[in-house]
Ligand binder design. Structure first.
Ligand SMILES: *Cc1c(COP(=O)(O)O)cnc(C)c1O
Length: 309
């Protein structure tokens, strides 16, 4: 039987900015209802789960989904399935798996939002992962700077500093998320010696526009954040109205590359269905090749010949 229920969570902070257009369109709000239906697993993560909450898809790194909870729920979330039927995180099983697989050198702590855990819960995971000799880097994927930046306070930062090298990958999609509180938290994090990169989802009628993205990426660089990925929106249940074509995505990328500092340009990537993994695409610059003679088109759309060795 189908029924709808309200699905909403927020922090006082997110509530205070939820009226802004660039925020409202992204997050579930109090009036949003969601059909309890069969949600898909667009990246087929289930088939790469080696323990509950451990996804091992690529040779040298794994993802830990340590919680299914967030301070705000994105309408285009690709792990919506976990909103309703999260299997949980098997801490012991995950740590055992990491110990046994010496090719793993990076652990991504994700979710949900890892900062939904309290510091004691987070420290238990960080300490165990850092205790494994072959794990070099810890990466935390989080939305918290946009949903509840106050969660990253002095205490949190001194906790993170104990387990360096830690990289933080923040999820941010729109300049409306760049509040004073956001910017202060980024500054405190970077000042603690924790590198911050950003991940942005390309979203129809929200940020699928080069002026909005330029503003976002250039401000992030100003704050000390390297824009890392611009992601195509995954075909998760309910995401139809947010998805942008690859052609449009590449035209947005084309208007960035060369026109703004290379620091401000992320890599465009999207995930193949059935667990095929990430595909990275750049606008096509090579227009012709005959043996070692190439023809390219530059960022100003002018054609140039290039004779290779
Ligand atoms: C995206 C992703 C990663 C990380 O890939 P990077 O290119 O290193 O950012 C790792 N595991 C899974 C399952 C992923 O989807």
């Amino acid at each position: 039987m189908k029924y709808t229920k309200r699905f909403f969570a927020s922090s006082p902070y997110l509530l205070s900015i939820l009226h802004k257009d660039g925020i409202k369109k992204q997050f579930m709000s109090p009036s949003d209802k969601i059909k309890k239906q069969k949600f898909n697993d667009p990246l087929n993560e289930a088939s790469f789960a080696k323990a509950k909450g451990l996804i091992h898809r690529y040779p040298d790194r794994v993802v830990l989904t340590v919680t299914n909870r967030c301070f705000g729920y994105c309408k285009f979330c690709f792990r919506k399935k976990n909103w309703f039927d999260f299997e949980g995180f098997d801490f012991e099983g995950a740590i055992d798996y990491l110990k046994q697989h010496t090719q793993i050198r990076e652990v991504l702590i994700s979710g949900g939002d890892p900062f939904f855990l309290n510091n004691a819960e987070l420290e238990k995971i960080l300490a165990a992962v850092r205790g494994i000799e072959h794990i070099e880097v810890i990466r935390i994927g989080t939305r918290v700077l946009s949903t509840n930046p106050m969660r990253i306070n002095k205490e949190t930062l001194s906790l993170l500093k104990k387990y360096k090298p830690i990289w933080i990958a923040i999820h941010i999609n729109h300049p409306d998320e760049l509040t004073l509180e956001f910017e202060q938290t980024v500054k405190d994090t970077v000042d603690s010696g924790i590198p911050v990169v950003s991940q942005t989802v390309l979203l129809k009628d929200i940020n699928d526009n080069s002026e909005i993205l330029k503003k976002l990426f250039c401000r992030l660089v100003y704050l000390g954040v390297k824009p890392y990925y611009l992601f195509g929106c995954d075909a998760a249940t309910g995401n139809e109205k947010f998805r942008v074509s690859i052609e449009k995505a590449l035209s947005v990328m084309d208007s960035l590359r060369g026109n703004v500092s290379g620091l401000c340009v992320p890599t465009f990537a999207f995930d193949l269905p059935n667990g095929g993994g990430k595909i990275v695409l750049e606008p096509q610059k090579l227009i012709k090749r005959e043996k070692n003679r190439y023809k390219f088109v530059n960022f100003e759309h002018t054609e140039y010949d290039y004779e290779d060795i």
